[in-house]
Design a protein around this ligand. Structure first.
Ligand SMILES: O=C(O)CCC(=O)C(=O)O
Ligand SMILES: [Fe+2]
Length: 209
């Protein structure tokens, strides 16, 4: 496989260590400021071109229920990806290869979509794994919001399950541009709180065969 620079290895290790010890991992500078700007710009261009659709519920994406989730999405496709999108997909591929070398999860596929949450929209508490399909192993979210402030809302809340030591523990994370959050799709329920401004991200899943 390609050689990875030391800084990238440190970042990947931080994410994996977080997942193993706390159930979730965060890397604050997974994307640089210019990556974030390029992807946010690309997202807006595709939105203007009418490529986004209201997100659905369940693996057929059939029912749109804005009382559950109000985001609009567009699946990324490597065959039509622009250079900014290809660079993102390549970085995730490098991460997958690293996770497979160190954690033996047997990840082999990645699917991801842009998500645009218009002001005031949200995604109620849910689990990312479908009842009929257990291939989604890790959920990955990368935020594309510049200058996000606490007061803008739109936080991701992860609900760490209760164990012998403690009751359920909610963890609140700001959708700050460049930040990546990763957690086990079958284990952590989570929700997106309403925001006072448009909220942008790429959400994806690392899957087994
Ligand atoms: O954008 C986020 O912070 C989480 C999105 C999410 O939970 C999902 O798309 O399944
Ligand atoms: Fe989710």
């Amino acid at each position: 496989m390609d050689t990875i620079d030391e800084q990238t290895i440190q970042q990947f290790e931080t994410i994996i260590e977080g997942i193993l010890t706390s159930g979730y991992g965060i890397a604050d500078d997974f994307l640089t400021g210019s990556d974030v700007a390029a992807l946010a710009d690309q997202l807006h261009q595709r939105k203007t071109a009418g490529q986004f659709r209201a997100a659905g519920i369940g693996n057929q994406q059939l029912t749109v229920q804005t009382a559950i989730r109000g985001d609009e999405i567009l699946w990324l496709d490597s065959t039509t990806a622009t250079s900014a999108e290809s660079a993102f997909l390549n970085r995730i591929d490098t991460f997958i290869a690293y996770v497979n070398r160190t954690c033996y999860l047997g990840l082999c596929e990645f699917e991801c979509h842009y998500a645009l949450y218009p002001t005031g929209t949200f995604y109620k508490r849910h689990l990312d794994q479908f009842r009929t399909d257990s291939r989604r192993k890790l959920s990955v979210i990368c935020y594309l919001n510049t200058y996000w402030k606490e007061a803008d809302g739109g936080q991701l809340v992860l609900y760490l399950p209760a164990n012998e030591q403690r009751s359920e523990q909610p963890i609140t994370i700001n959708p700050t541009g460049g930040r990546l959050v990763c957690f086990e799709s079958a284990r952590l329920e989570h929700e997106v709180l309403p925001a006072t401004r448009e909220r942008l991200s790429i959400t994806g899943w690392l899957k087994t065969a």
